[in-house]
Design a protein around this ligand. Structure first.
Ligand code: G3P
Length: 226
């Protein structure tokens, strides 16, 4: 992803399933095109291929499994994400935690396939552990703030700055994102000031009365004041 960027996680919100996933992705694509911001979307697994076909935006899976292809009923190996049009995947989201070994194996498999990996971390300690595995991005997201109205950038700025510091020391190649409660362009600008290169967000866009309007405000935070 071109940094700085926003990655909109559709989760399993009813507002973003099936045809509504395509509609929401098209609204995201419109804002990205008109504002020039770097913006990705992470639809549900069952909507990923259709969304990737419908919009010219980077599409991420919300989770992938480091299983071998073949006899793996119900699992989603990275090899299935590529032909579906994914450019990367989220993993270890607080709503879908994985074991350290799974994270390690998935990062290795995705690296071989050229898929970017966003590892979610609940706190600084988890972010530091994840940095040792060398994902492309680590998104620091305190679970208690997810889905709420208070942005992590105002509720816990010190968590972000400490995570940026620890990740940079552990593995300077890993870029830091943050998320949880991010709703406005001001929250986005603050996240960049704190040292991140982007935001992982969901309800501020998916559950907005007008996702397009919400995104336009969020986009303002990505454009650094000249
Ligand atoms: O994956 C990002 C998500 O967990 C953040 O949620 O609704 O607080 O933007 P939200």
């Amino acid at each position: 992803m071109r940094t700085p960027f926003l990655l909109v996680n559709f989760k399993a919100y009813p507002e973003a399933l099936g045809p509504k996933a395509v509609e929401l992705a098209k609204a995201c694509a419109k804002v990205a095109e008109e504002t020039g911001i770097s913006l990705g979307v992470a639809p549900s697994a069952l909507d990923l291929a259709l969304v990737a076909k419908s919009v010219r935006l980077p599409v991420f899976a919300q989770h992938l499994d480091p299983v071998e292809t073949g006899k793996a009923t119900g699992w989603i190996p990275p090899e299935a994400a590529l032909p579906a049009g994914a450019v990367g995947t989220i993993v270890n989201h607080s709503e879908r935690k994985v074991a350290w070994e799974e994270m390690r194996d998935l990062i290795a498999r995705c690296r071989e396939l050229g898929l970017e990996v966003v590892v979610c971390a609940d706190d600084v300690a988890e972010a530091e552990t994840a940095a040792k595995l060398g994902p492309d991005y680590i998104a620091v997201e305190p679970p208690e703030l997810i889905g709420g109205d208070v942005s992590v950038t105002s509720a816990k700025p010190e968590v972000i700055t400490r995570a940026v510091e620890r990740i940079r020391t552990t593995n300077p190649k890993v870029h830091v994102l943050c998320g949880a409660g991010v709703k406005t362009g001001r929250d986005v600008a603050k996240a960049l000031e704190l040292g991140t290169v982007g935001i992982l967000l969901a309800s501020g866009v998916v559950k907005a009365k007008s996702p397009e309007k919400a995104l336009r405000d969020l986009a303002k935070g990505l454009v650094r004041e000249a």
